[in-house]
Ligand binder design. Structure first.
Ligand code: ATP
Length: 209
C-alpha cells in the first residue's frame, strides 16, 4: 500500500531555493533515511511532508489525501516526531500524554499510559512536572507517542535519537523494526548512523546555500 507520495516538491527560505524536484514514493514496510549536512533542509522537508509547512511547489499525499488541502484525513494515521517535543513543561508525563491522546483520537486510559511510561523506564516519574525531568527523560515522554498511536501507518522522525542513552536507542531501533515488519512506513533523519537491521532507501539533500 502506498503511504506517501511527494511530487516535484520544492522549498524556498528567505528567497533562496533550499531544494527542488523532490520525488518520494513510500509504501508500507519501507524505510526512507533522509541525509544531508546541517542546514541542508532535512527538517524543512519533513515539515512539508507532514503538512506543517507549505512547499513553494509540488504536492504531498499521505494515505491518499493531499496533506496541504486535507490535513485532517491525511494525518489521521501519521505520527510526526520533531525537534520540538510537543509536551508541556508544567504538566506531568501522564497528563501530557492523556491530553495528547485526546487531541489525536487515541483511546488510551491512564493505566495504559502508565504501562508505556514504565516500558520507557519512567516508573516513579509519572506524576512529576515534566520541567523537573532530565532532557533524556523528557525525550522519553515525547517518544511514548510512538507506543501510544498504534493505528499509525507512517512515522516521520526528525532526529529521534537526540539525548537518548544507549539502551533507549536500542529500544527505539527495535520498535522501529517491529513497526516496519508489521506494515508501518518510516521517514527518518539522523546524524547518528542508523544501526537498524532493515533495508532502507536514502534521500540525500545537498547543502546548496
Ligand atoms: N523560517 C525560516 N526562515 C529562513 N530560513 C530558514 C527558516 N527555517 C529554516 N531556514 C533555513 O533553511 C535551512 C535549512 O534548515 P533545516 O532546519 O531544514 O536544515 P536541516 O538539514 O534540518 O539541518 P540540521 O541538520 O542542522 O538539523 C537553514 O539554512 C536554515 O537557516
Amino acid at each position: 500500500m502506498r503511504v506517501l507520495l511527494a511530487q516535484q516538491v520544492a522549498c524556498e527560505k528567505s528567497d533562496r531555493q533550499l531544494f527542488s524536484n523532490i520525488n518520494i514514493e513510500l509504501h508500507s514496510s519501507q524505510l526512507l533515511y533522509v541525509t544531508g549536512e546541517n542546514g541542508a533542509g532535512k527538517t524543512s522537508l519533513l515539515r512539508i511532508l507532514v503538512g506543517l509547512s507549505a512547499p513553494s511547489a509540488g504536492v504531498v499525499e499521505v494515505n491518499g489525501h493531499d496533506i496541504h488541502k486535507n490535513v485532517h484525513d491525511a494525518s489521521e494515521h501519521l505520527l510526526y516526531f520533531g525537534h520540538k517535543q510537543g509536551i508541556s513543561q508544567l504538566l506531568t508525563p501522564v497528563e501530557n500524554l492523556k491530553f495528547w491522546c485526546q487531541q489525536h483520537g487515541v483511546d488510551k486510559n491512564n493505566d495504559a499510559i502508565e504501562d508505556i511510561l514504565a516500558e520507557l523506564g519512567l516508573t516513579g516519574l509519572e506524576d512529576i512536572a515534566v520541567k523537573n525531568l532530565s532532557a533524556g527523560q523528557q525525550r522519553r515522554v515525547a517518544l511514548a507517542k510512538l507506543w501510544l498511536k498504534t493505528a499509525a501507518t507512517l512515522w516521520v522522525l526528525d532526529e529521534p535519537f537526540t539525548a537518548l542513552d544507549v539502551q533507549l536507542i536500542a529500544e527505539l531501533e527495535a520498535k522501529m523494526t517491529s513497526f516496519l515488519n508489521t506494515g508501518g512506513a518510516i521517514i527518518i533523519t539522523s546524524h547518528q548512523k542508523l544501526s537498524i537491521d532493515y533495508p532502507l532507501s536514502k534521500l540525500h539533500l545537498d547543502y546548496s546555500w
